[in-house]
Design a protein around this ligand. Structure first.
Ligand SMILES: NC(=O)c1ccc[n+]([C@@H]2O[C@H](COP(=O)([O-])OP(=O)(O)OC[C@H]3O[C@@H](n4cnc5c(N)ncnc54)[C@H](O)[C@@H]3O)[C@@H](O)[C@H]2O)c1
Length: 308
């Protein structure tokens, strides 16, 4: 299948693009930024694309005519709060450009990366897919609006659509997003053998390894006529303190200390989510336990293991 990926040079894109090519797909990889690893690879072509510019989106869609789009570009929570209008332009309007241009170019399927931020606090946990969605952030609002938009394109135009709602995705190379500091960046520091002094041990979230996040995207890509548009996709719920206990098992020499006076979590989202619909309807299950994800993350950062 010919698949156009947006945000391909970003954190998740850098794992997803080679995975798609490895499955024999022809990948049209697009981003505002050049890829970090510019080495040419079979089945992957790179293109500069600003998804917020309709003319650029139409040009690449009509020129490449992909069968599927996996749309990863998004402003994350902090920049959306600082500049809501631009956040809506990047997150929502660009999604609409891609859908419209895609229809003009014969697109058949559209896979979207949503987020648990579509849910607000105060819901009974674990939060099910069909729970009330009252997002606490602009970022969450844009993600929820995109899910509704996908539903409309499915009903109106028969497009195959699906969205995954990710929690904290961790893995080597995550630089953006508030939760990177609670997850990926701690593991990066451990891999570099730096001492960790953690002031937020009770911060809690669901840890999903980046390759499992890509697995979920592939499951949505492969399915026709999904019974719902959006799926909660979960790894495992741990506080930073609990996760660092696992990190110590993986990395016994780790020097980790906690600030005993640290405040409780300031997370604006519910903590526990129910991903049983994805398990039932997509066959979803993570391949990596927390220890396996941590072991691979640390080995990749230390360069003792290849990215495959
Ligand atoms: N990483 C997580 O923990 C997480 C959690 C929930 C949902 N998600 C969603 O997954 C998707 C991918 O996340 P990520 O962590 O890889 O993000 P990222 O910030 O690492 O990558 C985003 C990419 O989009 C590109 N980009 C930004 N503006 C652009 C524009 N106007 N035109 C073209 N490209 C542009 C950036 O250059 C970057 O390479 C996003 O939609 C995000 O909301 C991520």
């Amino acid at each position: 299948m010919k698949i156009l990926v947006t945000g391909a040079a970003g954190f998740i894109g850098r794992y997803l693009v080679p995975m798609l090519a490895g499955r024999g797909h022809e990948v049209v990889a697009t981003d505002l930024q050049p890829p970090r690893d510019a080495a040419p690879a079979a089945g992957i072509s790179w293109h500069r694309l600003d998804v917020s510019r309709a003319e650029e989106v139409y040009k690449i869609m009509l020129g490449q005519r992909p069968e599927a789009v996996i749309h990863l570009v998004s402003w994350l929570a902090a920049p959306c709060e600082e500049n809501p209008l631009r956040g809506w332009e990047i997150n929502f309007r660009s999604t609409q450009f891609l859908l419209d241009a895609g229809l003009a170019a014969g697109l058949q399927r559209f896979v979207f990366t949503s987020s648990i931020s579509v849910f607000g606090r105060g819901l009974p946990e674990p939060v099910a897919d069909d729970a009330v969605k009252e997002p606490a952030t602009i970022y969450g609002q844009t993600k929820l609006a995109c899910e509704h938009l996908l539903r409309w394109y499915r009903t109106k135009h028969g497009l195959q659509v699906g969205a995954v709602r990710f929690p904290w995705v961790y893995g080597p190379g995550r630089e953006n997003g508030i939760t990177a500091a609670y997850s990926s960046k701690l593991l990066d520091a451990l891999a570099r053998r730096e001492p960790l002094r953690i002031g937020f041990p009770e911060e809690k979230g669901d840890w999903l390894y980046v390759k499992d996040a890509c697995k979920a995207l592939l499951l949505v890509l492969d399915r026709d006529d999904l019974p719902r548009v959006g799926y909660n996709i979960m790894g495992g719920l741990y506080s930073v303190r609990e996760a660092m206990a696992v990190a110590r098992e993986v990395c016994p020499e780790a020097d980790i200390a906690f600030d005993a006076t640290a405040a409780a979590s300031s997370n604006p989202y519910p903590l526990a989510y129910d991903d049983s619909a994805a398990r039932r309807e997509l066959g979803w299950a993570p391949d990596y336990s927390l220890a396996e994800g941590f072991r691979e993350h640390i080995a990749l950062v230390r360069g003792t293991r290849g990215p495959a």
